[in-house]
Design a protein around this ligand. Structure first.
Ligand code: FAD
Length: 286
């Protein structure tokens, strides 16, 4: 990550208020963290991220390790607490290609190991390219995998709890390896179930066809099963599309949407129009 892209000159000291595991023990660990930031100058909008600075020294000689995390709550704070924000963090590991050894990812393990009362340095907020539309008659098509759900949790809280009367269609296509990995929609935490009764909201799940082989969630199939509605939404000039999570999801979507459009060229033309009209926003990570 290129640190020079981000202003880290004014970090805030946040205090961890609580940390809750939101996946069962039988699957990968993802935690919902609530941080308190007692500063009137820390203001953000749904879809923005914060940078976490992990103090060094680190193995590669860098004084600080910096990673981005999406804010998972709306602008009015986590559960209405104005000074609190939440993050949804997957504990990451990487395998050294030469030795085959497994190493913990620095920032994600630092956050997942943190205990209530610990101080955490955060910077930002960053990113203004992933904001929900202001007009409540707009349609919102959210497509995400894994912790990519975090900004959508923020969107839904804003739309249905703060704006209250959202008239456009709101659709969430969400992919996870298994039902246990459906964040905020599993036995550990059901936050998103709050919106299932909203007349304008519909959520569609996509799971991996072969979870034991670590195959990705089949977003392509769930989009195809809802092709008519998705295509109609994409043709509507009031529709805004948001993609969030691992970057490999984009290829799956391009395939599904190319089939709907009749050819890859036809889809790319529609996609470039959406991008040009600022109705296609992505928040990807490796
Ligand atoms: P790192 O220590 O950086 O390691 C992670 C990767 O770096 C490994 O997989 C490996 O490929 C490589 N690597 C590092 N060191 C080595 C080495 N010595 N040898 C070989 N490979 C190495 N994550 C979330 O969990 N939740 C979010 O909401 C979220 N939001 C994000 C928003 C944005 C805009 C972006 C860009 C990313 C987001 N991420 C999010 C991802 C997050 O920023 C981190 O990339 C992730 O947590 C891993 O960071 P880490 O410090 O734990 O791992």
């Amino acid at each position: 990550m290129n640190l020079t892209e981000y202003d880290i000159s004014h970090p805030y000291t946040a205090k961890l208020v609580r940390s809750e595991r939101i996946t069962p023990e039988a699957t990968d660990e993802v935690r919902h963290l609530v941080l308190s930031i007692d500063s009137a100058t820390f203001n953000y909008l749904e879809g923005q991220s914060v940078g976490v600075l992990v103090p060094g020294p680190h193995a590669f000689g860098n004084a600080q390790h910096f990673r981005l995390y999406s804010i998972a709550n709306s602008r009015q704070g986590e559960q209405g607490e104005f000074t609190e924000i939440s993050l949804c963090v997957r504990r990451c590991f990487y395998i050294d290609e030469v030795s085959g050894e497994q190493f913990p990812g620095i920032a994600s393990n630092y956050l997942c190991d943190a205990l209530p009362g610990d101080d955490i340095l955060i910077c930002g907020p960053y990113g203004r390219q992933f904001l929900p539309p202001k007009d409540n008659t707009c349609n919102i098509l959210m497509i995400g995998v894994g912790t990519g759900i975090a900004p959508f949790r923020a969107f839904l809280k804003h739309i249905y709890e703060e704006r209250k009367t959202w008239k456009g269609k709101v659709r969430l296509f969400y992919g996870a390896r298994t039902g246990m990995d459906l964040l905020y929609q599993n036995e550990k935490n059901k936050d998103l179930a709050l919106y299932y009764d909203e007349g304008t909201f519909k959520a569609v799940e996509a799971l991996s066809p072969r979870p034991v082989f670590d195959d990705p969630a089949d977003l392509k199939q769930s989009i195809k099963e809802n092709a008519a509605e998705v295509w109609e939404l994409l043709q509507d000039p009031k529709t805004y599309v948001y993609l969030s999570g691992l970057s490999r999801m984009e290829a799956q979507l391009d395939q599904a949407l190319s089939e709907m459009a009749g050819s890859e060229e036809a889809w790319l033309q529609t996609k470039f129009e959406l991008i040009g009209q600022k109705r296609w926003a992505t928040l990807f990570y490796a």
